[in-house]
Design a protein around this ligand. Structure first.
Ligand code: BG6
Length: 503
């Protein structure tokens, strides 16, 4: 989080202005930044989409979005009035040069009004097939020429595979400098994810333990209770591997696995992360067979309501081979992590919504207590809960109070709720502010995206070419397919989950 900021005048052009992402995430984030005093003194938000719309109608649409989705609840009328004076709408067909020309006139008008040093951010909150036409026209109309003041924000998915990611990178890099390109992975903006860096690199006790000598294995588990909902059309061409593992989960793995950066500079941190990806063991056909599991949900009951199986969701092929669950055992072949398995799993329609990183430490070298005392013995665990609970727990053995000596695991807990009274910003608030301040630390660099794709391509290819005969293989409200339990149980471990919060 920034501490004191004075931002240059900023124009934010949002392609996909009437889309879901703007209504649910961007507009609430920009409004909250405004309310908390983090927007520049002079700014203009220009929403674009194809359909004609008045400024007033567009502002109302965004207000509905903020009212429904902002972490701070409904808008304050007075503040909204002031904020929305800076919100404008310009109908734009991004495939039509004449229409783009008109957009340029509007942007230039604000640029002239705001004066020298005005920053222009182009946010591509549109479907990926529109990234190329927009990028090409931004370049053609020389709208992002100033490499210090003009930035392009590209949403995920960044490519569909290694080849398309390379093509998109090439297309962007031909027209813009890397320092202008902000590839979003919203997980990197989450408060608890940023805190992993603080926890790892601002505390001295961890580093000596953070390696193969003391760590048994690591689990990264991002489970969701929701199904694909209305996004079936998109998800059919994606699946859990592309949608979650290629980006969010591998990024979490990089933060856990990276070496200590020499400073907090964007490129230094991204260098260290990409080193992890480069050290990850490539998948052989045998690895794919034994170290990966895919699943697809069938119908079931969630909180007393019957929910459809994936193949019955809107926009989904009734014979779909798309995975809604993936579990993979990775290895990072370097000095620090040799031999330590990283188990990663993610899926939709699972029993619990929870993003959890569990570091399980090795057992003590020698047990001095008799078995009767240690019936509930549990190796030490560090549990980083990203959401919904925001906490870090260190699970240690303790003596249960009483006259007899009985040990049981207890948690030493750092819990955001109990420690801080202020609400954490949403990931998009953090990331939008980063774009405005020109800080690329929490954004994906071209080589990170490509290396992550490169690693997963053999799995993607194998899963696509060999149709799963067992799909659907887990019921909604379960923990996924049994094979995912076996994947980790074979090594003597089990997936860890926090008990459900009953608040
Ligand atoms: C998105 C995926 O990137 O992340 C979605 O496309 C997924 O399928 C979402 O549901 C999860 O994000 P969060 O912040 O809700 O954990």
């Amino acid at each position: 989080m920034k501490t004191s900021i004075s931002l240059s005048p900023t124009i934010i052009v949002i392609f996909g202005g009437t889309g879901d992402l703007n209504l649910r995430k961007l507009a609430p984030a920009l409004y909250n930044l405004y309310v908390e005093g983090f927007m520049p003194e002079k700014f203009a938000i220009i929403g674009t989409a194809r359909r004609p719309l008045t400024n007033e109608k567009f502002r109302d649409t965004l207000m509905d979005g903020v009212n429904s989705f902002s972490r701070t609840g409904k808008v304050n009328k007075e503040k909204w009035e002031k904020f929305s004076e800076n919100v404008h709408y310009n109908p734009t067909d991004v495939k039509d040069s004449a229409s783009f020309d008109e957009l340029k006139v509007v942007v230039d008008k604000f640029k002239d009004e705001f004066g020298a040093g005005t920053q222009i951010l182009f946010y591509l909150a549109v479907s990926p097939d529109l990234f190329p036409p927009i990028a090409k026209r931004l370049a053609k109309f020389k709208m992002a020429e100033n490499e210090d003041n003009c930035r392009i924000v590209v949403e995920k998915p960044f490519g569909k595979d290694l080849e398309t990611a390379r093509e998109l990178n090439a297309l962007l890099k031909e027209r813009f400098k890397e320092k202008q390109i902000y590839r979003i992975d919203h997980y990197l903006g989450k408060e608890t994810v940023q805190n992993i860096m603080a926890f790892r690199f601002a505390n001295s006790f961890l580093e000596p333990l953070w390696n193969r000598n003391y760590i048994d294995h690591i689990q990264i588990s991002v489970t969701e209770q929701l199904g694909v909902g209305e996004r079936g059309g998109y998800y059919e061409g994606s699946g859990a591997l592309r949608d979650m593992i290629q980006n969010h989960l591998l990024q979490l793995l990089c933060i856990i696995g990276m070496e200590t950066p020499i400073n907090f500079n964007a490129d230094e941190i991204r260098d260290k992360k990409v080193d992890v990806l480069k050290a990850m063991r490539p998948f052989s056909a045998e690895d794919i067979r034994f170290n990966t599991v895919r699943g697809q949900y069938t119908k079931g009951w969630v909180e007393g309501k019957e929910v459809p199986g994936y193949r019955h969701e809107n926009g989904v092929d009734p014979d779909s081979n798309t995975e809604t669950f993936a579990a993979i055992k990775f290895f990072v072949d370097n000095w620090r992590w040799q031999g330590v398995p990283f188990y990663v799993r993610t899926g939709k329609r699972l029993f619990q919504t929870s993003s959890l990183i569990t570091i399980q430490f090795k057992d003590v070298p020698h047990h001095i207590f008799p078995p009767a005392v240690t019936e509930h013995w549990q190796q030490n665990r560090l549990i980083i809960s990203i959401q919904p609970e925001m906490s870090i727990r260190l699970q240690v053995q303790g003596k249960r109070p009483g006259l007899d000596m009985v040990l049981n695991p207890v948690d030493m807990v750092f819990d955001y709720k109990g420690t801080y009274t202020t609400q954490s910003p949403e990931a998009y608030e953090t990331l939008l502010l980063d774009v405005m301040t020109g800080d690329q630390t929490q954004f994906m660099r071209a080589d990170q995206v490509e290396t992550a794709w490169e690693l997963l391509m053999p799995v993607i290819h194998a899963w696509e070419t060999k149709k799963s005969l067992s799909f659907p293989n887990y019921s909604a409200d379960s923990w996924g397919p049994e094979d995912a339990e076996a994947l980790i149980a074979r090594d003597g471990f089990h997936w860890f989950a926090l008990p459900l919060n009953k608040d």
